[in-house]
Design a protein around this ligand. Structure first.
Ligand code: 6R9
Length: 654
């Protein structure tokens, strides 16, 4: 039978997930919160007036005529007629307001080298880079590919593009030649900005060789700008120029030109599961409005006193919206870290928080579960008392990991904000507000003010509390994707054809008895076992709730009896030993927690799970292993050796 023939998550999810713990916002935080419950009321009264008020957070060179042009749905235009410069809003205006001496970036390299960059200094660098790009022939509307390690020049390159109206396309540093050249060709990028390499896991990790091979396959590329970071030898072609030559020698004078509110700001490719990556297009005024507002609201940022740290890579949308555009439009002081959390030791994150007195941390469930696996004694060695808000993004966060984050990292005093959104949504859509929401472990809770999220059944009808179905967005929002680059039809087919007049996010969701939203993973991953739809998230959460399990990934493998059967891959906590006894205990634990239908047919203990660079588990590859197929596309995998380890283990266990 066909796998996941027609996923109908609503049939079985209602009886699962029984989390009832609540945590009220700390009184002190609530008393001084940037955003109060009034915002929900204001937005409900008049959604467009609400967004127009948020757009006033920005400096506009010319006012808009219309807040929203939805005359040709689903092609939205926000703040039409308005003109602004995105980089000016992230830099110049803070310097003009007298905040030039405020630190924009505390940067820490993996080997321990550091840089402190104020807003005034960042502005100067971006002006010089803008002049350099212009001198290299880049004009407004041209596309520029950025393939960089986590160094300040990555943010400078993005802002320099924004400043001159060039559309950037950032590709994760470390993606393969296939992935990079495919993205450069799809966007027909004229210029590539890269580095000799970066430091990861204690070593110099070269980037330039991948760029050289890719550029040879990309006729549109005229020049390659190379930042020197590792100082390792690099091959040189006649297209290459050094950043320190072209930017170092450029003028510090640069007037930012205002562009149309709908001017393309960036393209970012989503890896997708099987098909060709989609170039998600974001534009200027609406995008910046929403990322600025949501960063202010969800993280309660106080630019004078907070030290904000988002651990994402710049190549993920989280790096775009919540390292560069959101925080910088708000004048935040932030930490930027080049390397991995286990280099040179597993306490590196906590050491950085202690050193820079980080107040707001934004990271992914995959990182949190890894920290749990490493053991509580590691964070216990550091002073984490500066923290006041903890954010999560990228995957559903299991209640167990949520509680660990709150207690072990947040000392029981910091609200956890679980933020649901996508590359396509541009900014956060569903999240608690830290000064308003009483939080429940594992739930992203409510749509933010001005956002209309819903959970619907197969026919597109809202499900009642207690029901499950598909997550949709009913009304356009300012930072929504405008199309798929060069492919309007694919934009329509992927997001707007499943339900009439609604954006289909591709995620399963449930609404609990209090109306809170629970995200249940991609609908493509829903398993169909003996006619019951079971979400991967729920079985994974049940496994992680067992004290021996740090992380779990679950897939549906074809089964002659049940159609699909649940196969689980688990990573154990700390020093726990695997073995038949533990496996049978885990199978029973799931059956007890969720019901016998959810009992895994097989549980494998593995050392690692296959993940993307943004930390999402690639269940598709695990399905290939569970069904003995050869592996599909692995170009977006963070560590390609992981699959070999898992396949070997699977063969042995048969
Ligand atoms: C920001 C980002 C989008 C997909 C999304 C969903 C999953 C992200 C989540 C979450 C549950 C959360 N996702 N945040 N699921 N709870 N808080 O991750 O963008 O890389 O495009 O991925 O990630 O499945 O549809 P992107």
């Amino acid at each position: 039978m066909a796998v996941n023939d027609s996923p109908k998550p609503q049939e079985t999810l209602a009886n699962l997930l029984t989390e009832t713990r609540h945590f009220a916002p700390p009184a002190e935080l609530a008393a001084h919160a940037n955003v109060t419950a009034d915002a929900y009321r204001e937005a409900a009264d008049d959604r467009l007036a609400f967004w127009a008020a948020q757009a006033q957070r920005l400096d506009w060179a010319a006012p808009w005529d219309r807040v929203l042009d939805w005359d040709n749905p689903p092609f939205a235009k926000w703040f039409t007629g308005g003109r602004l410069n995105v980089a000016y809003n992230c830099l110049d205006r803070h310097v003009l307001a007298g905040h030039g001496d405020r630190v924009a970036i505390h940067w820490e390299g993996e080997p321990g080298d550091t840089r402190t960059i104020t807003y005034a200094e960042l502005l100067t660098e971006v002006k010089k880079a803008a002049n350099a790009l212009t001198a290299l022939g880049v004009r407004a509307g041209d596309r520029v590919a950025i393939y960089m390690p986590m160094i300040p020049e990555a943010a400078m390159a993005m802002l320099a593009c924004a400043r001159i109206g060039a559309t950037h396309s950032v590709v994760f540093g470390g993606f393969s030649v296939d992935a990079l050249s495919g993205r450069i060709n799809d966007a027909e990028a004229k210029l590539v900005i890269t580095a000799d390499g970066g430091f990861r896991r204690g070593k110099a990790n070269a980037l330039k060789p991948t760029v050289d091979e890719s550029v040879a396959l990309c006729p549109s590329v005229e020049k390659v700008v190379v930042v020197r970071r590792t100082s390792e030898d690099v091959a040189w072609t006649d297209k290459d120029v050094w950043w320190h030559d072209v930017v170092g020698g450029a003028s510090e004078e640069h007037e930012a030109e205002a562009f149309d509110s709908e001017h393309p700001l960036f393209i970012l490719y989503t890896s997708g599961t099987t098909a060709k990556p989609k170039g998600i297009l974001h534009t200027s005024g609406g995008y910046l409005t929403q990322v600025s507002y949501t960063h202010h609201a969800v993280f309660d940022l106080k630019p004078e006193t907070d030290v904000y740290w988002c651990g994402a890579d710049i190549g993920w949308v989280t790096g775009h919206s919540y390292i560069v555009y959101g925080p910088m439009s708000n004048g935040a002081t932030q930490l930027m870290y080049e390397g991995t959390p286990d280099t040179p030791h597993r306490g590196r994150y906590w050491e950085l928080i202690e050193k820079y007195k980080v107040t707001i941390l934004y990271t992914a469930p995959t990182a949190i579960r890894t920290f749990m696996k490493w053991g509580d004694d590691i964070p216990a060695r550091f002073d984490l008392s500066s923290l006041r808000i903890l954010g999560s993004v990228g995957e559903p966060i299991n209640p167990e990991a949520w509680m660990w984050y709150r207690e072990t990292i947040g000392g029981g005093r910091c609200p956890v904000v679980d933020t649901w959104w996508q590359t396509e949504t541009g900014g956060i859509m569903i999240s608690p507000l830290p000064g308003v929401t009483s939080t429940t472990p594992g739930s992203a809770q409510h749509a933010l003010p001005g956002i209309s999220a819903d959970v619907v059944d197969d026919e597109g009808n809202s499900v009642p509390n207690g029901g499950g179905g598909y997550l949709v967005l009913r009304d356009p929002w300012p930072s929504m994707l405008r199309t798929v680059w060069g492919d309007d039809q694919r934009f329509l087919d992927t997001y707007w054809s499943k339900f009439k007049g609604m954006y289909f996010a591709g995620d399963g969701a449930k609404r609990d008895d209090e109306g809170n939203i629970w995200l249940l993973g991609r609908v493509d991953d829903v398993m169909l076992v003996s006619g019951h739809n079971i979400s991967t998230t729920e079985v994974e959460s049940a496994l992680v709730s067992h004290p021996s399990v740090a992380e779990a990934a679950v897939v549906g493998a074809t089964d002659p009896v049940t159609g699909q059967a649940i196969v689980a891959f688990t990573i154990l906590r700390g020093e726990t030993e695997g073995g038949d006894e533990l496996v049978s205990e885990l199978r029973n634990h799931v059956a007890k927690t969720l019901g016998p239908i959810a009992k895994p047919r097989q549980i494998m203990v593995v050392p690692e799970l296959p993940k993307t660079r943004s930390g999402k588990i690639m269940r598709r590859l695990l399905r290939d292993v569970a069904e003995n197929r050869s592996l599909g596309d692995v170009t977006t995998l963070q560590d390609s050796t992981v699959m070999q380890l898992i396949s070997d283990g699977m063969a042995k266990s048969k």
